[in-house]
Design a protein around this ligand. Structure first.
Ligand code: ADP
Length: 464
């Protein structure tokens, strides 16, 4: 079975969030189970030869390899992709994103013919790849090379839809009639994600709970009706983690390797993290960690509100790593200035520091208002760090009172009560150790989820 992945970020080439982790790890897991996978990705500035094995080039395409033999086609177009950010810069999203990503989707299909590789399925991810099913259907309706290719579309985050002014419609090169309620139109604008949801053969999202939630008004982001109509073709498959990359026994970024058998080394990581972050070096103070995009979704408002008085009255430390919206950067730096001995804030993207936080913290916070799957809580468990989460989406599917702490109302009061509960358990050394040991028993590796995708691919091909 041959599957092409179309995703706008793929680890280790380009990453702003969990999509990159998934699009980098799932192909490798599929390959291990016998699927022939290839990937198409824009050649951004961050994509450097050091990150991969370069195996060839063909016109504007550079070919590199990951896994055993997964070819990644990098589409070169310096005017579109040789920029600082993937989707925007400090002034906001790039104004030509519709042009950039519609070009990417068209080239993704053209490349297949140029390299003479005909996939059975194209697996598209998020709005940046959402035009692929439309181009497949409407640019090549009778072309035998493309005609039988099936499409699967995965929603990683419904809130990001690729919405553009209708004046840009011409640049898509699609027929006028597709700009309608049954097509790309969304309140008089172009909505690329909506196109992907309507024109793909099957839909998935990244956790069973989120698959249900997005059919409701509360989490449907205006597309709940479109999704409810496709209810039968929509499935939630929990993301996995790359258990080789995220592994405290071999992680090259952390201070000391450890496992559930050698927890003393985990606590060395804690002390060294405290030192690096300029916090008091003291193994007894509960250390909370957070790694996440600075976006409304992640609950930074709730966090800032709650932490201010909580830190004043409680002996804790917190290390925060996040990049994104300026208003949250300010909020967090204000907090760090107010409590320099308790709060350490880093508003950058820093892969090594992220690993050190997962390893060195006692608890990992994810008070997200919504979370399609969330990888942070799974990484935390892998590192024996206890997650504290809001009960939503993938967080609800992976964390319970068995392996962490869960709050059910997105209020400062509920959040703080949960923090207090976690500290009470932390202070009971025996109970805490048992909880940490329990964390290591969970397995969120890709093996199981990759099997589910393969079953879905098979169903798609056999027309079931
Ligand atoms: P999302 O996809 O919504 O961003 P996930 O929890 O699914 O959230 O995945 C986030 C991924 O991005 C994790 O691998 C996390 O460690 C990483 N990450 C987020 N922000 C940063 C940052 N500032 N520096 C390093 N890694 C980060």
């Amino acid at each position: 079975m041959k599957v092409l992945f179309c995703a706008s970020e793929v680890f280790p080439f380009a990453k702003t969030g969990g999509l990159a982790d998934v699009a980098g790890a799932l192909p490798v897991a599929l390959e291990k189970q016998g699927v022939e996978v290839r990937i198409v990705l824009p050649k951004y500035k961050t994509v450097t030869p050091q990150k991969s094995r370069v195996t060839g080039a063909k016109g504007d395409i550079e070919i590199v390899t990951i896994g055993k033999d997964i070819q990644v086609y990098l589409i070169k177009n310096d005017a579109y992709f040789n920029r600082e950010g993937l989707y925007g810069n400090s002034h906001g999203d790039y104004p030509d994103n519709l042009e950039r990503f519609s070009f990417y989707c068209r080239r993704a299909l053209e490349v297949l013919k140029e390299v003479l590789w005909q996939p059975d399925i194209i697996h598209c991810h998020d709005w940046q790849a959402a035009l692929v099913p439309l181009y497949l259907k409407y640019r090549y309706p009778t072309d035998t090379f493309y005609k039988n290719i099936k499409t699967l579309f995965t929603i990683h985050n419904l809130a990001y839809q690729g919405v553009f002014d209708k004046a840009e419609y011409k640049a898509l090169g699609l027929r006028e009639s597709l700009f309608s309620i049954e097509g790309l139109e969304f309140y008089q604008k172009i909505n690329l994600l909506k196109g992907g949801l309507i024109f793909s053969d099957l839909l998935t999202t990244v956790s069973p709970s989120y698959a249900e939630e997005i059919q409701t008004k509360r989490h449907g982001c205006g597309l709940e009706g479109v999704l409810a109509k496709r209810k039968k073709e929509l499935l939630g498959i929990l993301n996995g983690l790359d258990y080789e990359y995220w592994n405290p026994k071999s992680d090259t970024f952390i201070y000391k390797h450890y496992s559930e058998e050698t927890l003393e080394q985990k606590y060395d990581n804690k002390r060294l993290l405290q030192e690096e972050c300029g916090l008091a070096v003291n193994g007894d103070i509960p250390l909370f960690g957070i790694v996440g995009r600075l976006a409304q979704q992640k609950g930074w408002d709730l966090l800032a509100q709650s932490l201010d008085s909580f830190i004043k009255h409680t002996h804790i430390q917190i290390v925060i790593l996040g990049e994104g919206e300026h208003r949250y950067e300010k909020l967090l730096h204000d907090l760090a200035r107010k409590y320099p001995h308790a709060v350490s804030v880093h508003t950058i993207f820093n892969e090594p520091l992220a690993h050190k936080i997962y390893a060195g913290s006692d608890m990992f916070l994810m008070p997200s208002h919504y979370e399609p799957c969330g990888l942070g809580q799974m990484i935390a468990l892998r590192y024996g760090t206890v997650p504290i989460v809001f009960k939503t989406g993938g967080l609800a599917d992976t964390v319970s009172e068995e392996n962490g702490f869960v709050f059910e109302h997105a209020t400062a009061k509920d959040f703080v009560e949960t923090l207090k509960r976690s500290i009470a358990v932390y202070q009971d050394k025996k109970r805490w150790r048992a909880l940490v040991k329990k964390a290591f028993t969970y397995n969120f590796s890709w093996d199981i989820s990759a099997k589910k995708y393969i079953a879905l691919y098979e169903a798609l091909l056999s027309g079931r």
